[in-house]
Design a protein. Structure first.
Length: 278
């Protein structure tokens, strides 16, 4: 079996690619900037692939049986057509828990992921959607502030269930290598609901530093977010945080059910990334 892993420059995709390689699966990793991709296992084939550029699809898909697919709606119709022509048997979509079955997309994040899910499901190719909740890697944005001992952000009491990227990758790998995952939608979260304040404090404890969370007005956070994302996405992020104030986040047991191993805690994630905060 051969698997194309898209978005190979991303941390989560690297976990998927390495785990597949360790299991003896032939992996082809696709990236818009192959020369910049680091951390892949020896023997991984690296090819140019831009999910918004259909001309790159056919070479990347040649001889491929299954695909791990990041959600990029711009070229999705052409991608599924190329995958079907190449004989791809299954696509595992990295989607978002913002997509809720039976409900219209409530925001741009949900809409983006829902469009890709729908296109893949309509393609005639076997599929699984891995809907990731809040990724613990979002806390890496605090790295500079952790070093000063003060993390500043909106809604200190907002709760989420941050999930380790390795756990999302492990679920994805099982859907690509195991049986019984066709046409399934898996919501993947961490094992505990934590406030923003508690997450910052946990990172501090792990790296041996007292860290406090200083709440600032949402408007100030929005201005900072606009440096990295469009206004509608910044508003969506802040909307999620506001909705989570004093409201425990849903916790799913998907990681345990699908992989047989309990999901890693946020403290475990922080320990794995301690060097990023020091």
């Amino acid at each position: 079996m051969s698997v194309l892993v898209t978005g190979a420059g991303g941390t989560l995709a690297r976990h998927v690619a390495r785990t597949l390689t360790e299991r003896g699966t032939a992996v082809r990793a696709g990236s818009r900037t192959p020369a910049a991709v680091k951390g892949l296992a020896d023997g991984t084939e690296l090819v140019p692939l831009d999910l918004a550029a259909p001309a790159t699809f056919a070479p990347a898909l040649e001889g491929i049986d299954k695909v791990f697919l990041y959600c990029e709606p711009r070229g999705i119709t052409e991608f599924t057509a190329a995958a079907r022509s190449a004989g791809v048997r299954h696509i595992t979509i990295l989607s978002s828990a913002a997509v809720i079955d039976g409900q219209p997309p409530a925001n741009p994040i949900a809409e983006t992921h829902a469009r890709v899910e729908e296109a893949v499901a309509a393609s005639g190719i076997g599929w699984t959607a891995v809907r990731a909740g809040t990724l613990a890697t979002a806390a890496l944005a605090w790295a500079d502030e952790v070093r000063t001992g003060v993390v500043r952000g909106a809604y200190a009491r907002s709760e989420s269930a941050p999930v380790h990227e390795a756990d999302v990758a492990a679920v994805a790998v099982e859907t690509l290598t195991g049986e019984g995952h066709a046409s399934r939608r898996y919501v993947v979260t961490g094992p505990e609901s934590l406030t923003q304040r508690r997450q910052a404090e946990t990172v501090g404890t792990v790296v041996g530093r007292t860290v406090r969370y200083e709440e600032v007005p949402p408007e100030a956070v929005r201005e900072a977010l606009l440096a990295f994302m469009p206004p509608e996405f910044a508003d969506t992020v802040l909307g999620y945080l506001a909705a989570g104030v004093d409201r425990p986040a849903p916790v799913e047991d998907t990681v345990l059910r699908v992989t047989g191993t309990p999901a890693r805690t946020f403290a475990q994630w922080a320990a794995d990334h301690a060097a990023d905060f020091r």
